[in-house]
Design a protein around this ligand. Sequence first.
Ligand code: ZN
Length: 450
Amino acid sequence: MKRRHALKMIGFGSAAAMLTQADDGRARPSRFDSTPARRPEIMVGSTDLREIEAIDSHTHERAFLTATKSNAVYARGFADGGLPPGPFPEKDALRDRLIPEYAAHWERMPPQVGLRNYIARTYGAEPTRENLDAIIARHPDATAYYREKMDYERIAAVVLQSESTDPVRPKALFPDDRFVWTFSIGPLIQPGWARDRGITEIDQFKKALLDIVATCAKNGCRGIKLPIAYYRPISFRKVSRADADRALKIALDAKPSAFIEGRAPTYDDDTITAALWTYEDYLLNALFVRAGELNLNIIIHVCVALNTLLRADWNDPRGLYHTFTDADVQAAGTRFVLIHSGYPYHHHVASFISQFPNVYTDLSYISHHPGTLEDVLRTFLGLAPSEKIMHGSDFSSPEALAYSVDNERRVLAKVLADYRSHYGWTDKDCERMARNVLSGTARKVFDIAI
Ligand SMILES: [Zn+2]
């Protein structure tokens, strides 16, 4: 679909150039050359939220597939994740039975219902899986497709999590002038990573890890991602160097019984699991300080929903209090971004972002669920400044990125209408909150000048 055609579908108005108000009060020319038609459902007072540019603070990039194919990949992952790690006799048969159940389940989830309805509104098509596939198939050039949808929904830039273990800017399908990147530390704290490099001492391990983090910073990385709530708790004890060294040796000598996500070892013996988490705590506490010194954000997955690997106990963020109040971390000035809103712990996350100036959150993944997004946005805005909250998608397909920000604007308009009509907030207050959530906070936190 040509962009002009897509714009016509939704009735864009004049092609007058726009100015967007930057957070510092200065106007900067908008990259978007069209003024959107005003729609009452996304207006707050005289502000049309479609006129406010967005930044997507958390995206991925995966092989480009039709919706049907990518849903099949997800269904297999969810079926697998809900079974115990490692082989057992009935595993293959159980997985084969579960895959169609998960596929059907995912089709009825809010992100999929919402996405089908979004394409129906946008392209004037019936909201069916077949039509979504057909629209995606019309776009053989992934980079052009990203640019088209980003322009259409006025997404100035995305924060892309690199899929690589090399600390360099990824070669992405996203247009090169429209993304900044972050780096996942998940694979690098595992015993296998150390073993592959001949590492036997904890200080060697710490140096190797922190050298990579320094290289990330040198190469323009904006944050270090911790996906570790998939395989361990996100609370970090202070550990002495001697204890960490002892623990590392135990973990290096142990034989895992299985691996979570193909990389995080599990052990039948709980004392070995404890040793693994002990040396990891030591490394991660060092990482938090170094990241602050290098001006890199620490991005922590906190959310339990959909993915069967995610456990409520491991995602419980309450223990992070000790990290946020740690003297070394505070001295380093480290910023933390607790992503996916922390759901169902979003009340705890709201408390943290109201307590600590260096703690932020994003709405990625939740942004595809209008009902839950409303609940979460009300909770966050009810307790903390909008300067602590960011829009995000957590998805990789251009249509899903676009649906997520369309949803964000609609729900934000509904919530801010209450602030304006019932809570006594001024139009200016409401506009500032919308600008911060849609892009202003992410611009500051991820240092985005695009
Ligand atoms: Zn993600």
